[in-house]
Design a protein around this ligand. Structure first.
Ligand code: PMP
Length: 356
């Protein structure tokens, strides 16, 4: 058969989701496997979410509100910005895609650290945009000076993931401020804060503190602390013109009716979200201390996962964990990302890790 798709797709890396625990349990003949691979929070949906979705589902023969007004208004009120500065999408990964689509043409450049979120290069490649990857510092963080120095007249977008996935490393207020001043106002800078709710270090600023600069976009998700990974809800705050441009290029109705209802319900359960995030944070700090006893150079994490820089041993380590019923996320030749689970899950992981 003739090749009906783009020739360059073959060379494109695939987005690798965490393996299904049911699948692994079946393979190993055990009752339950533990998944610490996708940075989810392990405590189930927030109170009110299931009821809201159950209610919304009774009306799914109708299109949802394309303007997503109730949810955008709730977000705008929470973040103290006008509603025209808020856009929502089918996960923050889709919003990333829309931001690239709204800013860059084939041949233009976008800059991000490497390693950072694995979707960034895929989004760049499918948009025909040149990905300029700036290597992380030796301590696994963003090299902001090198990123700023890489800006050319073709640069349209810079993606700064803070805290960084998969390394958990973080940027401080003065670093971001200096970076934004150096880059200037002509390039859009996206502060991808998928893990913002797990940040405890007061030196790590809320991206909203920079959101009044017209070239800054704050990107967040309901997938992690808010517990809606399976429903796909992300949002951004940007200058009205940028938010408008995103809404223009977005797939119509991509924040669906159930998602709108669920995200609103989740926002109403903010206190419970924070209580759960605090449990994750306490476990993160315990897990970090414990893995530091086993492995060298584990960076401090401000997210809900821990990075083990195991280099060439990364894939072997992940295989060892899987054969013991624990799914973690290897990045071949670099490291392994371990999502913080419940205390019991983390204990099982630590036992398995110690046996490696
Ligand atoms: N940004 C970062 C840094 C992430 O780690 C993720 C999820 N892995 C996302 C964005 C996308 O999240 P979602 O599409 O589920 O909102």
């Amino acid at each position: 058969m003739a090749n009906l798709t783009r020739a360059d797709l073959e060379a494109l890396p695939k987005y690798v989701p965490g393996r299904s625990p049911a699948d692994l349990a079946r393979e190993l003949g055990i009752e339950e496997a533990i998944k610490l691979a996708s940075n989810e929070v392990p405590y189930g949906p927030l109170p009110g979410v299931v009821e809201a979705v159950t209610e919304a589902v009774t009306n799914v023969h109708r299109y949802p509100d394309m303007g997503v007004l109730a949810l955008r208004e709730a977000l705008a009120a929470k973040l103290d910005v006008p509603v025209d500065r808020v856009a929502t999408g089918c996960g923050s990964v889709a919003l990333c895609e829309h931001l690239v689509k709204a800013t860059a043409m084939p041949g233009d450049e976008i800059i991000f650290s490497w390693r950072s979120f694995e979707a960034y290069p895929i989004i760049a490649a499918t948009a025909g945009v040149t990905a300029v990857k700036i290597p992380n510092t030796p301590v696994h963080g963003h090299d902001l000076d090198a990123m700023a120095a890489a800006v050319t007249p073709r640069t349209k977008l810079i993606l700064v993931c803070n805290p960084n996935n998969p390394t958990g490393t973080f940027l401080r207020r003065e670093e971001i401020e200096r970076f934004l001043d150096t880059v200037g106002p002509d390039v859009l800078v996206v502060l991808d804060e998928a893990y913002r709710e797990f940040v405890t270090d007061p030196g790590v600023p809320d991206g909203m503190d920079f959101a009044d600069r017209p070239n800054v976009v704050v990107l967040r998700t309901f997938s992690k602390a808010w517990g809606l990974a399976g429903l796909r809800a992300g949002y951004l705050v940007a200058a009205p013109e940028v938010a408008d441009a995103v809404r223009k290029v977005i797939t119509p109705f991509s924040t669906n009716a159930c998602v709108q209802a669920a995200a609103l319900a989740a926002l109403r359960a903010e206190e419970e979200m924070a209580r759960r995030a605090a449990l994750v944070i306490a476990e993160r700090d315990r897990l970090t201390a414990a893995v530091r006893e086993l492995f060298a150079d584990v960076p401090e994490s401000q997210a809900n996962f821990v990075w083990l820089p195991l280099g060439d041993k990364s894939v072997d380590f992940a295989k060892h964990c899987e054969s013991n019923g624990v799914i973690v996320r290897p990045f071949a030749g670099e490291g392994v990302r371990v999502t913080v689970g419940t205390a019991e899950e983390n204990d099982v992981f630590l036992k398995v890790a110690a046996a490696f």
